[in-house]
Design a protein around this ligand. Structure first.
Ligand SMILES: Cc1cc2nc3c(=O)[nH]c(=O)nc-3n(C[C@H](O)[C@H](O)[C@H](O)COP(=O)(O)OP(=O)(O)OC[C@H]3O[C@@H](n4cnc5c(N)ncnc54)[C@H](O)[C@@H]3O)c2cc1C
Length: 518
């Protein structure tokens, strides 16, 4: 395993930990925690050594003096995926989870060190076979594929056995660390069994309900909770949204070297929790009933939330091509947006832009002007069916090759670096980068006609909805932010900006005379 470096705690950090923890010793062979345990404490090593092994006994890494044990599940409360065995006589400080949380909130440098190490360790664990949950079921089973996607979106380490489950069981069967087997479980049952989520009462009453935990929803929660609102954020799939699945976000302000989606969103979730917001997953919103004073959002499995204000941040599903290994290339050589960093990266390279709409045309021109050798691949017989004439002329002007009736059937490359694609016609073309512009579908079907939506389904706000301010929908006290909002800029930073800004409007709404509320 490409184990990330285990950074050392400074003498003063060890002393701080000792103040809230307890010093202990352990002998060679002692087990500090093992696969399947429901929880474990933070361990900082003063002297000695500990080996981390998987369920089969394979050694993953060893930690020595001044280093610490643990990964993301220590904070999220997930079931333990690994076993820690003492290999040299140990003197260590043990800090219980709640005490550690308190300390991390108060101590910025320690929080930075621990959090970034936990995130890096989780990312590394996700690449190791045989750790975490096992999903058994064939690729032909849709329920199995959905479970695999769910595990990936939630950054759970998992192994997929693409076979029929034993004893004629319906797929998927999910084996938890420690051996418990769940047959055809719901996504909630898997997370619940791993010790996460499922924390809502049948009816909750809150000031602010945020629906969707992508960058927009997380930003609204951080600002809402930090400004004293009782804030709940419900998420149907995985905390982090689209951004959480992005391998590297290159254009987020303040991260010149880029930041992984996991890191950005894990930090945002911790920040939301720090201010007292409650992120709850997996809870999918299925209906919204505007009310007098409180709006009611019903969730799957019978829960409901009555909220004085609702922020809709459910995003949009970007259409992806159904290619087996596309996820390996995303963020490295396959993209869904073409901005300055991508143009710079693609200069003098062979690039394919996939899609036939104006956004694809604009991206192709932009990349060609940056020096890339661009080919447009689209399905139809003639680009004029889907693209404006002026853009078609621009493509010609900047030397973009256009291939009609061209659909990608397979990708070829290694380590996320694309080398070529095969078209459905069987032709193989060399490309180093792919850009997809296949449109996006807003996650708004569950809203029916409770709030005004544009023809393409995105939520109208501001003037277009006859509302009081930029982010309010046609119903007072219900706001829409991020990708789901009609006319928004579909980028992380824009989503974060809107989520943050919405909270100011939330306060204005709550402060307004009762007649305006609900
Ligand atoms: C592969 C990829 C790479 C990208 N790379 C970049 C990049 O490098 N830079 C950049 O700026 N942007 C990038 N983007 C775009 C960026 O991720 C989005 O603009 C951003 O995530 C939008 O944030 P959001 O919070 O509005 O929506 P989302 O991130 O889509 O989050 C919405 C959340 O709502 C949840 N949800 C939906 N319906 C419901 C429901 N009914 N109940 C409960 N929850 C629900 C979803 O599960 C999701 O988690 C990328 C997008 C993709 C797909």
């Amino acid at each position: 395993m490409g184990t990330p470096a285990s950074p050392a705690l400074s003498a003063s950090q060890l002393a701080t930990l000792a103040l809230v923890g307890e010093e202990r010793t352990a002998a060679v062979g002692d087990v500090l925690y093992s696969v399947g345990d429901t929880t474990y404490p933070f361990v900082a090593i003063l002297e000695g050594e500990v080996a981390i092994v998987d369920a089969a006994g394979n050694e993953i890494v060893r930690h020595g003096a001044s280093s610490f044990l643990g990964e993301l599940n220590l904070l999220s409360g997930q079931t333990v995926f690994l076993t820690a065995i003492v290999t040299e006589p140990l003197r260590y400080v043990v800090v219980q989870r709640d005490a550690l949380r308190g300390l991390l909130f108060d101590d910025g440098p320690l929080s930075d060190l621990v959090l970034s190490t936990f995130i890096a360790r989780r990312e590394a664990l996700q690449r190791v076979e045989g750790i975490g949950i096992e999903i058994v079921g064939p690729r032909a089973s849709q329920a199995t594929v959905r479970m695999v996607e769910f595990a990936g979106a939630n950054r759970l380490p998992f192994t997929w056995h693409e076979t029929a489950p034993p004893n004629g069981a319906e797929p998927p069967v999910v084996r938890l660390p420690g051996g418990t087997e769940l047959r055809e479980p719901s996504r909630g049952e898997v997370l619940g069994a791993l010790g996460v989520g499922r924390e809502l009462a049948a009816r909750e009453e809150v000031d602010l309900l945020v629906v969707g935990a992508g960058p927009a929803g997380l930003a609204a929660s951080v600002y809402g909770a930090s400004e004293g609102l009782d804030t709940l954020i419900v998420e149907g799939t995985a905390l982090g949204g689209q951004a959480g699945s992005s391998r590297r976000i290159e254009n987020y302000l303040g991260f010149p070297a880029g930041i992984s989606g996991t890191e950005l969103t894990s930090r945002a979730v911790s920040q939301a929790r720090k201010f007292g917001a409650r992120p709850a997953t997996p809870y999918r919103a299925i209906s919204l009933e505007p009310g007098d004073g409180r709006h009611v959002v019903r969730l799957e499995e019978g829960h409901e939330v009555a909220a004085r204000v609702v922020v809709l941040a459910t995003g949009a599903d970007y259409r992806r091509l159904p290619l087996d290994d596309l996820a390996h290339y995303e963020g490295v050589s396959a993209f869904y947006a073409a901005g300055p960093p991508e143009a710079q990266q693609c200069g003098a390279s062979r690039v394919a832009v996939v899609g036939g709409g104006n956004s694809a045309g604009q991206a192709a021109v932009w990349l060609a002007r940056g020096g890339a050798l661009v080919t447009m691949l689209h399905r139809r017989a003639d680009l004029r069916e889907t693209m404006s004439d002026y853009l078609i002329r621009e493509l010609d002007r900047y030397g973009v090759a256009v291939r009609d009736r061209s659909e990608i059937a397979a990708l070829h490359g290694a380590d996320g670096r694309l080398e070529a694609v095969t078209l459905r016609s069987g032709e193989r073309l060399a490309f180093s980068f792919l850009f997809f512009f296949l449109g996006a579908k807003p996650c708004t079907e569950w809203l029916d006609d409770t709030v005004a939506r544009a023809d393409d389904g995105f939520i109208l706000t501001g003037d277009a909805a006859g509302a009081h301010n930029l982010l309010e929908t046609s119903v007072p006290g219900i706001f829409a932010v991020g990708d789901v909002r009609s006319g928004s800029t579909k980028r992380c930073a824009a989503a974060v900006g809107e989520g943050s800004m919405a909270v100011q409007f939330v306060h204005e709404h709550l402060a307004a005379p009762a007649a305006r509320v609900g």
